[in-house]
Design a protein around this ligand. Structure first.
Ligand SMILES: Nc1ncnc2c1ncn2[C@@H]1O[C@H](COP(=O)(O)OP(=O)(O)OP(=O)(O)O)[C@@H](O)[C@H]1O
Length: 267
């Protein structure tokens, strides 16, 4: 990976690289010939909730995966709280897209949440009462405590999503990256998830969400990052989530339902 950053201890010419919870510079990712993400810069602001939005195939998930080191970029740089990603993994929690998870894997809900504690436990660490109590507390925060002993595969999509959020909470991270947490969930689950995310923000944590529903962007988020393979715009929702930037992001690719959402969202 191309490294443009300063050496340790030296301040870079780009101050956000030293301070932002997540700063990405010049990121290009390609699965084949055609880049999925091209030359993207992103600066996430601390203690804010940021929505990543853009049409299908715009590179939103790829951007998150590259930020987490799950996919390898062709070029570019990722800094997490001013450090290279590897040094900061414990401070990032990730909730993947529900569709990308094998839900037939025979695991109880409580064990999924305990996976969030694995850095603390180590591979052979003994699970103590306090670990179990913390996992149950995280399940409680997402309204899933009563399901602790169920098999994960037996839950509804919304319930599974809540459990994955509980796993992220158990990790006690400072930066939360979520890939479409509201996709295919019911209204009650959406409300529960957004309330947990707002709670994290109130604690000073930073939350970044790949989001599809244009109608809720203004309600839910502080900042927005618009992407269509390249970055289109980023900044506060009030000034950045506009008809012009949306037009530039979606072009003619807005489905009728999205046009409706958009006109609602923009009043
Ligand atoms: N593992 C992969 N192998 C090959 N191509 C991929 C892979 N993952 C994604 N792509 C391609 O990269 C591009 C960006 O995909 P990505 O999933 O990042 O977009 P997205 O904005 O998250 O889309 P969606 O809103 O549909 O989830 C798409 O053209 C997609 O087909």
């Amino acid at each position: 990976m191309l490294e443009l950053a300063s050496n340790k201890g030296e301040r870079s010419a780009d101050p956000a690289l030293d301070t932002s919870p997540l700063a990405i510079r010049g990121l290009t990712v390609s699965y084949g010939q055609k880049p999925a993400v091209f030359s993207v810069d992103m600066t996430v602001r601390p203690g804010r909730m940021t929505a990543i939005i853009g049409p299908n195939g715009a590179g939103k998930s790829t951007l998150l995966k590259a930020a987490l080191g799950i996919v390898k970029p062709l070029s570019g740089q990722v800094r997490v709280f001013g450090q290279p990603l590897d040094a900061m993994r414990a401070r990032i929690a990730y909730v993947p897209q529900r569709a990308s998870v094998d839900w037939d894997f025979p695991t109880r809900v409580i064990d999924v949440v305990m996976m969030g504690l694995y850095r603390e436990l180590g591979l052979l660490g003994r699970v103590l009462g306090r670990h179990r109590a913390r996992a149950l507390d995280c399940l409680d925060r997402v309204g899933m405590k009563d399901f602790a002993l169920r098999q994960i595969g037996q839950l509804s999509g919304g319930q599974q999503q809540r459990v994955f959020l509980a796993r992220a909470l158990a990790q006690g991270a400072d930066l939360y990256l979520l890939d479409e947490p509201f996709a295919g969930v019911d209204a009650a689950t959406e409300k529960a998830i957004i309330s947990v995310l707002k709670g994290l923000r109130a604690e000073g944590k930073t939350v970044v969400v790949v989001h599809h529903d244009l109608a809720t962007v203004r309600d839910y988020f502080d900042d927005v990052f618009l992407i269509a393979t390249r970055k289109v715009a980023e900044g506060p929702v009030e000034t950045t989530f506009t008809a012009e930037t949306l037009q530039a992001t979606y072009g003619g690719r807005l489905a009728t339902a999205q046009v409706d959402q958009l006109s609602q969202a923009l009043g």
